[in-house]
Design a binder for this molecule. Structure first.
Ligand code: CTP
Length: 211
């Protein structure tokens, strides 16, 4: 099983980066739960202070979206399922300054280019029997946006969380999810501890593997 977690950091210069508020908690909880269920788990983690509680989890630390893509491509072929929980940066600076950018009198513009959509790339390479799971963090038109991502990225199911739900999202110990599968069947879950949410997600993966 392959799991990704945490944010990615996109360097601007040696001391600055573009990042996001992902704590990695959800992805680490999923990796631990899969390991507890007996799976052989590789966890590709962006910069995070999280620690796995399962010694069998093989952790690979990466920093940028490009590094996460490389690590995913290396491990995806041998994975029965991949759960892409990481909050991957959609844009990265076109150039990284070798020296610290000094303060100047004028405003500063940083030109950004798109990163590769890792999940979409894996969806294009998906082989028969492989299970691919994505996340969608939305603020509006939540279900429509999630279904669009499910189809566009060739997923078996998508885990939707809305920033409008209290207790869901970044840096909380709880989450409130809706799972939408490839048959567009929708399951709405209550607000729960992230460890219990991880169990719900892993049970859905197990159900698909066994059908
Ligand atoms: N994802 C990815 N590679 C990216 C961006 C996102 O693999 N460069 C994955 C995330 O890990 C998540 C899913 O795609 O599982 C959806 O991420 P999200 O940020 O919600 O959606 P985007 O496709 O980036 O679309 P938008 O930001 O416009 O909502």
């Amino acid at each position: 099983m392959l799991v990704t977690a945490g944010p990615t950091y996109e360097a601007i210069d040696p001391v600055r980066f573009i990042g996001n508020h992902s704590s990695g908690k959800m992805g680490f909880a999923i990796a631990d739960q899969l390991a507890a269920m007996g799976a052989d788990v590789t966890l590709i983690a962006g910069p995070t202070a999280q620690k796995s509680h399962q010694p069998s989890v093989k952790r690979i630390d990466v920093t940028s979206a490009a590094e996460m893509l490389d690590a995913c491509l290396q491990h995806y072929k041998n994975s029965k399922a991949c759960i892409m929980c990481a909050a991957v940066a959609d844009f990265t600076p076109v150039t990284v300054s070798a020296q610290k950018i000094k303060k100047q009198d004028t405003d500063l513009n940083i030109e950004l280019k798109k990163t590769t959509d890792i999940l979409k790339t894996l969806g294009e390479q998906k082989s028969n029997g492989q299970i691919l799971v994505g996340f969608a963090l939305e603020t509006n038109n939540e279900e429509d946006n999630a279904v669009e991502k499910l189809k566009k990225k060739n997923l078996d199911f998508i885990v939707l969380n809305s920033l409008n739900d209290k207790g869901a999202g970044f840096r909380t110990d709880t989450n409130k999810i809706t799972i939408i599968d490839h048959k567009l069947q929708k399951t709405v879950f209550d607000l729960k501890d992230k460890n219990e949410v991880a169990t719900d997600i892993c049970n859905k993966v197990a159900e698909l593997i066994n059908t």
